[in-house]
Design a protein around this ligand. Structure first.
Ligand SMILES: Nc1ncnc2c1ncn2[C@@H]1O[C@H](COP(=O)(O)OP(=O)(O)OP(=O)(O)O)[C@@H](O)[C@H]1O
Ligand SMILES: [Mg+2]
Length: 275
């Protein structure tokens, strides 16, 4: 679905922010992009969205080069949720906001169909439609932004730090919905995230970036267990992973308090000494 082939990008009068990066993402994957500040994560997702064009290499979405596809084609295929929902919300009610996104991207479908789709999304997200976005909480505004993106049914959903500024409950609410969309509707998700606990809970594969380069690409747990890689990328692995790595043999799959307890019991049954 997404193919980056030796992609580089430099902002004017700067060295490369993304440097010779290649990876592919298949339909229905949930991929996290990790790395320190300035690693090139946002630049990479902007390249996927076609907001910027590579200075070298090529980015393809479903086999079409982003350089040759139109803005409306890309908007139909790729939804982009920014860290700050207020950069995306521009209307006075939630209904108008969702309808606006639909009219912009799927305007050819006729007003009646779009209004019906809008009502469906409002119901699904639990909005009446008459709410004023700017009187809602930050978490609810993030849900409004997400609802208007998902309303157009993009094939790819890009999230750039979607949980920053949200409390734990709001974070789970948003992320659970995204996971459901990913599992039920096969929306392909690319998520930039600084919260490694969220990455562990939701993403299946991780790409690690540093200084514009792609350092690693693999299953989330394997990536977090690579202590040398974590240090090189200045990433602090989730506590449960650090703990299970330190506990060593028998704890390879322990990534929650419950599974650590299970592993202890399993070792005791087996009569292992250090259990
Ligand atoms: N609009 C811009 N103009 C010039 N340089 C930029 C611009 N945006 C980013 N950069 C530079 O490109 C590099 C990569 O930035 P990018 O925003 O992709 O990093 P990031 O991994 O998303 O970081 P963060 O975690 O802080 O969001 C940095 O050195 C940054 O200073
Ligand atoms: Mg960024």
């Amino acid at each position: 679905m997404i193919n980056l082939d030796h992609v580089s990008f430099a902002y004017p009068e700067q060295g490369p922010s993304v440097n010779d990066v290649s990876f592919r993402v298949e339909d229905g994957e949930f991929v996290a992009i990790l790395g320190a500040n300035g690693a090139g994560k946002t630049t990479t997702v902007r390249l996927i969205d076609g907001l910027i064009r590579p200075t070298a290499g090529k980015v393809e979405i479903n086999g079409t080069d982003t350089v040759t596809s139109s803005v409306s084609e890309r908007a139909r295929k790729v939804g982009f949720l920014f860290q700050n929902p207020d950069r995306q919300i521009c209307k006075n009610t939630v209904r108008e906001e969702i309808l606006f996104g639909l009219q912009t991207v799927r305007g050819d479908e006729g007003e009646e169909a779009l209004r019906a789709r809008c009502e469906e999304v409002l119901k699904d997200f639990g909005f009446s439609g008459d709410e004023e976005p700017f009187s809602l909480s930050r978490g609810q505004r993030q849900r409004v932004a997400l609802a208007s993106i998902l309303a157009v049914e993009p094939e790819i959903l890009i999230l750039d730090e979607p949980t920053t500024g949200l409390d734990y409950f709001e974070c789970c609410h948003i992320m659970d919905r995204i996971r459901r969309m990913n599992e039920e509707n096969r929306v392909t998700v690319i998520m930039v995230c600084h919260d490694m606990e969220v990455v562990l809970d939701y993403a299946k594969r991780a790409l690690v970036m540093a200084g514009g380069h792609l350092l690693a690409d693999g299953p989330v747990k394997e990536i977090f267990r690579d202590a040398a890689l974590m240090e090189k990328a200045s990433i602090l692995a989730p506590q449960m992973i650090s703990l299970s790595t330190r506990l060593g043999e028998g704890f390879e799959d322990a990534d929650s308090p419950e599974s650590v307890a299970d592993a202890v019991l399993a070792l005791r049954k087996g009569g292992a000494r250090h259990a």
